[in-house]
Design a protein. Structure first.
Length: 202
């Protein structure tokens, strides 16, 4: 699909232009869709053979100066000590939730709470993706927000929230496999990343 490839290269060239060694993390429970999103970005299409990740660990995609790292999180204890080593020098976090798997909303909430409470990520923009909305039984906006404890978010207008000093965080309901609503979500993140770069207008 040309469309997907186009927006992705727009995002990548954006990072490449304004950043040295930009680092974006894809985080979420296993099964949320991190590997699938990496594949979409890497190939510009969905690999129909994609299987859920069965091993905890790190996946990486490097494009120019942009590095994307995907990590499986999990466990009710929230963000464990060992994960914090990944949190150095992070420019943005994309936290993905399976909006169909209601049983694991509490686990996803614990992981998200842990991340939001991490000092090293204190000023990092968070793009939260409620994934798999192509499934009819998926949770809607209100149910998902309640499930993961994300009632108040930044909103989609960077100008309106510029001076609040609050960490940018917003929820988008998406389908990674159907590519629904992915572009607005990345546009949102890009807008906040852009504003954080000193001297970006030079
Ligand atoms: P990860 O553990 O976070 O890396 O999750 P994966 O990317 O391996 O995805 C887990 C499963 O969810 C796989 O079977 C994917 O095909 C499926 N999946 C990912 N995104 C979507 C989506 O948007 N809709 C649906 N229906 N399934 C998806
Ligand atoms: Mg995976």
């Amino acid at each position: 699909m040309e469309y997907v490839t186009t927006w992705f290269y727009d995002v990548l060239s954006f990072f490449g232009l304004y950043y040295k060694d930009a680092k974006v993390l894809f985080l979420g429970l296993d099964g949320a869709g991190k590997t699938t999103l990496l594949k979409v970005l890497k190939n510009g299409k969905v690999d129909k053979m994609a299987e859920p990740t069965t091993h905890a660990g790190k996946e990486e995609l490097v494009y120019g100066s942009l590095k994307i790292e995907a990590h499986d999180l999990g466990g009710h204890a929230g963000v464990r000590r060992g994960w914090k080593e990944f949190f150095f020098d992070v420019d943005g976090v994309i936290f993905i939730v399976d909006s169909v798997d209601r049983d694991r909303f509490p686990e996803a909430k614990a992981a998200l709470d842990g991340l939001l409470g991490s000092e090293r990520l204190a000023s990092v923009p968070f793009l939260v993706l409620g994934n798999k909305i192509d499934v009819p039984s998926s949770a809607g906006d209100a149910e998902l927000r309640a499930g993961i404890g994300l009632m108040e978010t930044t909103g989609t207008d960077p100008e309106a929230t510029k001076s609040t000093g609050v960490r940018p965080i917003e929820l988008f309901l998406v389908s990674i496999t159907k590519k629904t609503n992915i572009k607005p979500a990345f546009d949102w993140l890009s807008a906040y990343l852009k504003r954080q770069v000193p001297g970006a207008s030079h």
